[in-house]
Write a protein that binds this ligand. Structure first.
Ligand code: AOF
Ligand code: ZN
Length: 368
């Protein structure tokens, strides 16, 4: 379907996209959504964002703010209004009841519960004009993990790397704190805060004893999963910062520090996730995340572990923070990839964005 939109439509949709961000650290596992109600004079009469799973959707907040003024208004919303009863009632019914006359949404909802056309048919039958596709890519970019799970049955996976300009991530003795600036590390905090899960390797845990939590931003804490095939970290749990900073994760109903392992002895450990042959089948860990409604995964690990994910073709985005320094030839490489003998086999990516972060540069790479 090809709909025609005005520059005023675009302005209001941009506002809806902006509002959606209000839920970016708190709404998961739900998608983030923004909505704006505009009257016939082109004035905004209601605004809303979906802030928390189980709480009202964006449209409901906007309708509440507009009250009686919603009659005859246009609703701009970043995601197709839902037609199902989940933790909350269908937004389609609320919009009909409030008497809005037009709805413009940026993207169809890929959720199988909403995907059938029943909501759109209901709106059309109620005499409401509907159109969609305005700033669709921008709306898709708000919810990569939710869309990936709905469309491909797998979470969206990002890997973060902090490196020098000569592509090194640690000295030969393992020292890596700190190559990048405090500004870059704060930027990583926002990336963590948007992630449902942080995955790391036991090597990083032994070397740095990291907490891998969110400290500078208010929002939900991610689940931290450490891959440790032998399970030997279980012997020393209490001394890990991951253990002392753990709290209950409501999506999983488990502590937010888990160890993925392949040691049958720890099969029933309450903080364990047992996968036979985890090392060669990291995909099984991602399948677990998909089944548990965990949308966005961030890998923060050393080069060997990050490369294992890369070699198994499991990474959607690379976030590389590069500090303007050189660590020399003895230092550890950013990645450990198999040697290739033909440039046709190069591991190629597309640059999605480049941004200065303090004194460093952040390059985001995608596959497509
Ligand atoms: C909307 N507006 O603001 C959001 C929508 O369990 P529930 O009731 O909260 O439903 C969650 C599903 O609703 C979610 O998976 C997605 O399909 C849709 N989200 N829909 O009309 C919103 N957040
Ligand atoms: Zn809804």
């Amino acid at each position: 379907m090809n709909f025609i939109f005005t520059s005023q439509d675009e302005c209001f949709m941009r506002r809806a996209l902006e509002l959606a961000l209000l839920g970016q650290y708190t709404a998961r596992p739900n998608p983030i959504v923004g909505a704006v109600l505009v009257n016939s004079l082109g004035q905004i009469i209601g605004e809303g964002a979906h802030l928390k799973s189980g709480e009202p959707h964006a449209e409901i907040h906007a309708l509440k703010q507009a009250g009686e003024l919603a009659r005859g208004a246009t609703c701009y919303v970043t995601l197709e209004p839902c037609s199902h009863t989940g933790k909350t009632g269908p937004c389609v019914d609320a919009l009909i009841q409030a008497g809005v006359s037009k709805i413009i949404f940026a993207m169809r909802d890929p959720n199988p519960l909403v995907k059938n056309n029943s909501g759109l048919e209901k709106l059309t039958q109620a005499g409401i004009k509907i159109s969609w596709g305005l700033l669709e890519q921008e709306a898709r970019d708000l919810n990569p993990g939710f869309i990936s799970r709905m469309e491909r049955s797998k979470p969206y996976v990002r890997a973060k790397i902090a490196a020098s300009l000569d592509g090194k991530t640690a000295l030969s003795n393992g020292q890596s704190q700190w190559i990048t600036s405090p500004e870059s590390r704060l930027d990583v905090q926002t990336l963590r805060a948007k992630s449902d899960v942080i995955i790391s390797g036991s090597g990083t845990v032994r070397l740095d004893n990291p907490s891998l939590n969110v400290r500078e931003i208010t929002g939900l804490q991610p689940v931290r999963i450490i891959c440790n095939t032998s399970g030997d970290l279980f012997k020393n749990l209490e001394n890990l910062n991951l253990y002392t900073t753990q709290e209950l994760n409501k999506i999983l109903n488990k502590p937010n520090f888990l160890i993925a392992h392949s040691n049958i002895y720890y099969q029933n450990h309450e903080q364990g996730l047992y996968f036979p042959d985890l090392k060669n089948n990291l995909k099984n860990l991602l399948n677990f995340c998909d089944e548990k409604n965990l949308n966005n995964i961030l890998i923060e690990a050393g080069s060997i572990f990050t490369s294992a994910f890369l070699n198994q073709d499991l990474i959607d985005e690379l976030w590389i923070y590069m500090a303007p320094c050189f660590l020399g030839s003895g230092a550890r490489d950013m990645l450990n990839l198999p040697e290739i003998l033909n440039l046709d086999q190069a591991n190629r990516w597309k640059i999605k964005s480049i941004q200065l972060i303090g004194p460093d540069v952040r390059v985001v790479l995608t596959r497509s």
